[in-house]
Design a protein around this ligand. Structure first.
Ligand code: DLL
Length: 434
C-alpha cells in the first residue's frame, strides 16, 4: 500500500520538474521575507531568478546550525507569528537552541508525510499505535501522533519514561505498532522480560524506530526480542521532524526521502562540493513546501549516501542509507542531542573547576549513560572539604540536566590528571557499540 500513490511514484522527470517549480517558488519567497537569506544570497552574488534548473541549486549558499542559532528565536521565520500555529525546538538544549515554526499547512504536510511513513511500514487505520516518542518541544511525539491520527489509526499518546507503565499498557491495550528510539525498544524488551512478561507474545507487529543511529545488529536483536518488524525512520526538527525519510518493508535497505517536499544533496563536508549519487558524505536538505521555516541547503551534519536504484516497493523517491555518523561532534544521548561544547560551557561557569574534562559515553542495559570527568582546581582540591566537593558534584549534575536536558554521572578528578593534547583534543570517549 502507498498512502499518496500519485506523488510517491511520480516518474523521475515529473518529479524533477515539480522540484524545480517548487524550488523557484521557495527561493523567491525566502529572498523577499527572510533577512538572513537575502544577505546570504547577495553575498554570494546570486538572485532567485538565477535558479533555472535543479543544477543551479549548487550556486545557492548553505545554511548551518550556527546561522539558525544566530537568528534565535524567530529570525528565520518566513511568515508573521500570526500564521504560526506551533513551535518546536531541536532537542538537546534548553538554552539558546533552534526554534522551528509551522503554519497550519506545514502541520498538514508533516502529518501527511508521517501518515505515508506509517503506511510504508504496513500500518492501516486498523492499527493501534503506542507512541513512546517524547511529547513536548521534541518533534517525535506530536509528529508521530498527528501522522497516526491522519491515517485514522488509534494512538496511545504514551510519551517517554515510566517503563513499567509502558509495559503494562503494551500488554493490556494491545497496540500493534510502537514508535520509540531503537535503544528504548530494546530497553522495553529487556525490562519486560525481567518483569516476567512474554514480550514476544504481545500484539506488536511493527516498530517505527529512529531519532538516533542504530545498526543491523540492533535491528535483529529488537526483531527477535519483540517479535516485530523494525523499520528506520529519520528526520530532524530543522527540516520538519520525524518523517523526512522512512524505510520501506520491501526494500529494507535505505530510507525513501519525500522528494516532493525536500531536495537532498550529499556534499563533501570539508569542501562543500556536491558529490555524485552513491558517494558517502554530508546530507544537505532544501525544503520545497515549508511556509514558516523554509530552509535552503541546510547542512545536517549527518553522514550517509543517496541511492537512486529503483526500489521493489514501487516508490520512485531517492533513498538514503542508514545514517553512518556525524561530520561534527554531536552526540545523541538517550535521544537528546548533545554537543561537547555545551557541556564545556556549563563547566566553565562553575567555580572550583579547571577547563579540563572528558566525556565518557556508554550503554548499560541498552540505555545510554554519560559520565562527565572534570578536574578540580588546586585550591578546592587542597582544601579537601568533602562537603564542598559533594556540593560541587551536585551543582554540575543539576546544571547539565537544566541546560542540556540529560542526566550525567559526575566524577571529580585530581588536578592535572586528565590527558593533555597537543593537537586536536579528544575529549569524548564513546564506548557504545550499536
Ligand atoms: O530526532 C526527529 C525524529 C524523531 C526522528 C523521531 C525520528 C524519530 P532532532 O531532535 O532534531 O529530531 O534530531 C535530529 O537525530 O540530525 C540525526 O543526527 C539524528 N537522527 C534522527 N533520526 C535518525 C535515524 C529528531 N533514523 C538528529 N538514524 C539528526 C540516525 C537519526 N540518526
Amino acid at each position: 500500500m502507498i498512502y499518496n500513490e500519485e506523488f510517491e511514484t511520480l516518474p523521475r522527470e515529473a518529479l524533477d520538474s515539480l522540484q524545480l517549480k517548487r524550488l523557484q517558488q521557495v527561493v523567491q519567497r525566502v529572498y523577499h521575507t527572510v533577512g538572513f537569506y537575502r544577505r546570504a544570497f547577495d553575498e554570494k552574488g546570486v538572485k532567485p531568478e538565477d535558479v533555472r534548473s535543479l543544477d543551479d541549486l549548487k550556486r545557492l549558499p548553505f545554511t548551518t546550525k550556527q546561522d539558525l542559532r544566530e537568528n534565535y528565536p524567530y529570525g528565520m521565520f518566513a511568515v508573521p507569528m500570526s500564521s504560526v500555529v506551533r513551535v518546536h525546538v531541536s532537542s538537546g538544549t534548553t538554552g539558546r537552541s533552534t526554534v522551528v515554526g509551522y503554519t497550519k499547512r506545514d502541520i498538514d504536510h508533516w502529518s501527511e508525510l508521517m501518515a505515508r511513513s506509517f503506511v510504508m511500514a504496513g500500518l492501516t487505520k486498523n492499527d493501534i499505535v503506542h507512541n513512546a516518542y517524547g511529547y513536548g518541544l521534541f518533534t517525535g511525539g506530536l509528529g508521530a501522533h498527528y501522522g497516526a491520527e491522519k491515517l485514522g489509526a488509534s494512538v496511545i499518546p504514551m510519551s517517554g519514561g515510566n517503563t513499567k507503565r509502558q509495559i503494562m499498557i503494551l500488554q493490556d491495550f494491545g497496540p500493534t505498532a510502537i514508535c520509540c528510539t531503537p535503544s528504548y525498544a530494546l530497553y522495553l524488551a529487556e525490562h519486560g522480560e525481567e518483569m516476567g512478561v512474554d514480550m514476544k507474545s504481545l500484539k506488536l507487529r511493527v516498530g517505527i524506530l529512529g531519532a538516533e543511529p542504530w545498526s543491523e545488529k540492533m535491528r535483529q536483536e529488537i526483531e527477535t526480542k519483540l517479535s516485530i518488524t523494525a523499520l528506520d525512520i529519520y528526520g530532524l526538527s530543522e527540516v520538519m521532524g520525524p518523517g523526512v525519510s522512512m524505510e520501506c518493508q520491501e526494500g529494507r535497505h535505505g530510507l525513501h526521502i519525500y522528494e516532493d517536499h525536500f531536495i537532498a544533496e550529499i556534499i563533501n563536508p570539508d569542501t562543500g562540493e556536491v558529490l555524485p549519487y552513491g558517494e558517502t558524505g554530508e546530507l544537505v536538505f532544501t525544503t520545497l513546501t515549508k511556509e514558516a521555516f523554509p530552509l535552503i541547503r541546510y547542512r545536517t551534519r549527518d553522514v550517509t549516501r543517496l541511492m537512486r536504484e529503483p526500489c521493489k516497493c514501487g516508490r520512485t523517491h531517492v533513498r538514503m542509507d542508514r545514517v553512518m555518523g556525524r561530520s561534527d561532534d554531536m552526540l545523541i544521548i538517550r535521544g537528546v542531542n548533545v554537543y561537547p561544547s555545551q557541556v564545556e560551557s556549563v563547566l566553565v561557569g562553575i567555580e572550583g573547576l579547571e577547563p579540563h574534562y572528558r566525556l565518557v559515553v556508554d550503554r548499560e542495559e541498552n540505555l545510554d549513560t554519560l559520565e562527565v570527568q572534570v578536574e578540580l582546581s588546586e585550591s578546592i582540591f587542597e582544601s579537601g572539604e568533602i562537603r564542598a566537593l559533594q556540593g560541587l558534584e551536585k551543582k554540575i549534575k543539576k546544571d547539565i540536566k537544566d541546560y542540556l536536558g540529560v542526566s550525567a554521572r559526575v566524577k571529580l578528578v585530581e588536578p592535572k590528571t586528565l590527558q593533555r593534547f597537543e593537537g586536536k583534543s579528544k575529549r569524548v570517549i564513546d564506548k557504545r557499540t550499536i
